[in-house]
Design a protein around this ligand. Sequence first.
Ligand SMILES: NC(=O)c1ccc[n+]([C@@H]2O[C@H](COP(=O)([O-])OP(=O)(O)OC[C@H]3O[C@@H](n4cnc5c(N)ncnc54)[C@H](O)[C@@H]3O)[C@@H](O)[C@H]2O)c1
Length: 337
Amino acid sequence: MKKIQIGLLGMGRIGKIHFQNIQQYFSNVATVVAVADPLIDVPAIQKQFSSIFFTNDSKEVVLSKDVEAVLICTPTSSHAELLELAIQSGKSVFCEKPMDLSLDRTKALAELAKSTNTKLMMGFNRRFDPDFLHARESVKKGTIGDVQIVKITSRDPGLPPVDYIKNSGGLFMDMAIHDFDMACYIMNKKVAEVFAKGAVRIDKAVGDAGDIDTALTTLTFEDGTYAVIDNSRKAVYGYDQRIEIFGNDGMIQVDNNQHNRNVLYNQSGIHYALPLDFFMDRYAKSYLNEMDFFISALNNNTDMPVGGDDALQATKIAVAAKKSMLEGRPVKLSEIG
Ligand SMILES: NC(=O)c1ccc[n+]([C@@H]2O[C@H](COP(=O)([O-])OP(=O)(O)OC[C@H]3O[C@@H](n4cnc5c(N)ncnc54)[C@H](O)[C@@H]3O)[C@@H](O)[C@H]2O)c1
């Protein structure tokens, strides 16, 4: 089988995960042929990986005739421009979330991808987490009957640097967007209304940077069922990622993945290990699975499992959540673009 020739843009936290996964697990079906990042020391890294072309200029990678699929793992503010260039150059694209902070641009890019028949996959990796996938399959099969409420707890272990926050688009767009996508994915329904509250409870610097660090969002789906999402930028006990799905025939809980499954009983109590530290380890399998889907869809010429319309839906919810918080009222999704 011909190997998919990949160009990777951005070798930061998420770019390195995809790079290592492709090298380690998909070397029989795909190969990274080029990497761009303005911060890499090209001569030094070139020595380490002699068969890969390294550059500080993303355009060189996107426009390279050796590259057929581009992975966009750069800061959010650069996604749109790179995505547009990749689509116009006829490349398939995997793009980290969100597509862009502006709804109009997200819409235009989703339409561009569609009108050019570009194979575009968005990095909503949590859809590919084995436990969440299993929960969704159970919901689809009707295991818990008619689902009425989905509750998502999504708390980071600590604040990102303030410079990251300033350029992130804010908590709803940067962090909760995963949960908005997950709620829609599990319920397999469209959102009608968003009601959100947000506050600065952890560090004043977050507020000075124009963001919040704590939020509660209620989504009402078109059929009147609900999702409740609670977000915090700092849980002192680790990365807190739980889902509860409640239906008229039962409930499904997906608990945290812990460092180990030992339970210690002693005089002071019953002790469980802490949740895994952060997204790199908690969602390690989901990153592998999503890349497997991306490469397989390219190799088999099948549809991408999550694309521009999904990005648009999640972005709309994030925009509505911010508007709801600022205006102190529920916001209909129909009010948003
Ligand atoms: N799916 C997930 O779980 C997940 C997790 C983290 C981040 N992300 C998303 O991934 C993106 C990157 O986040 P990160 O945490 O890896 O950031 P990061 O800051 O760790 O890495 C970004 C890298 O991109 C490089 N870069 C900047 N401009 C570039 C350009 N024009 N071309 C090529 N490289 C460029 C930077 O030098 C840096 O090395 C963000 O959009 C973020 O929202 C997704």
